[in-house]
Design a protein around this ligand. Structure first.
Ligand code: NAD
Length: 250
């Protein structure tokens, strides 16, 4: 299938690598114009250039630290200036912290909250006025299975991912009159640079704890994000799309 996002303009955070990069690739393939946003400037610029070779003038890279309101304003304004509108926001940027409740320092807690939780709020706040100008939109917030269930570690990560889940629901209610839908996505363990520092043993244990006994691929999450971003999901808001190989089913 192609052209599921033709005529739409999307801003994707954390788009330089991992799942964000897979989403950017698939969005362009489906006809969207995409602003790739990240703090990894070299990788993001290279990916945007590559995407433009296949589909000229469909991608642009912008430096955006999701914790900074001024960076958000700049990225939204670049989207509108370059592509004429903004209708899709994918709040995908995120960081992992493995420490449990007692092992987490105050500064580590704050760092994770700033990126994973405050970043999502700032993104919705900055993008909503542009989406109103577009006549509506779709916001997809990337949470995690660890925004749904616990695991006995990663305290700040679980706290922030749980916050993203419920923040998405209240934003869905707030923005529905403006024809803006908001949903959260909850991936299981996915093969990206984020999980590279984890031990093979831990990765195997998480991967084999689901119904489908392997790690997911970034594309397998990106297809779900395309659905939520597209008009196919016109009656879907405030919902949770779990893409985890059945990890939370057991
Ligand atoms: P990744 O580490 O490969 O990519 C994350 C991207 O976010 C990187 O490009 C990074 O530079 C960017 N980023 C980090 N801090 C940023 C900031 N302040 N401003 C802008 N960009 C920033 O990770 P990934 O696995 O692709 O993760 C994408 C999202 O999916 C994250 O929100 C993550 O928590 C979530 N997730 C990942 C998994 C997994 O197993 N990989 C599972 C569930 C949820």
């Amino acid at each position: 299938m192609a052209n599921r996002l033709t005529g739409k303009v999307a801003l994707i955070t954390g788009a330089s690598r991992g799942m964000g990069a897979a989403e950017a690739r698939l969005f362009v393939q489906e006809g969207a114009k995409v602003v790739l946003a990240d703090v990894l400037d070299a990788e993001g610029t290279r990916l945007a250039e590559k995407l433009n070779l296949g589909q000229p003038n469909h991608a642009i890279y912008v430096h955006l630290d999701v914790t900074k309101a001024t960076d958000w304003d700049n990225a939204v304004s670049i989207a509108e200036r370059t592509f004429g509108s903004l209708g899709i926001l994918v709040n995908n940027a995120g960081i992992l912290s493995l420490a449990g409740v007692e092992g987490t320092t105050e500064s580590e807690w704050q760092r994770v909250v700033d990126v994973n939780q405050k970043g999502v709020w700032l993104g919705m706040k900055a993008s909503a006025p542009a989406m109103r100008r577009t006549g509506g939109g779709s916001i997809v917030n990337i949470s995690s299975i660890y925004g749904l269930i616990g695991s006995g570690g990663s305290a700040a990560y679980h706290g922030t991912k749980g916050a993203v889940r419920i923040l998405s629901k209240t934003a869905a209610a707030e923005f529905a009159p403006a024809n803006i839908r908001v949903n959260s996505v909850h991936p299981g363990i996915i093969t990206t640079p984020m999980v590279e520092p984890l031990s093979d043993d831990l990765r195997d244990r998480v991967a084999s704890a689901g119904c489908i006994k392997r790690e997911g691929r970034p594309e397998e999450v990106a297809y779900g994000v395309v659905f939520l971003a597209s008009d196919e999901a016109s009656y879907v808001t405030g919902s949770e799309l779990v893409i985890d190989g059945g990890y939370t089913a057991l």
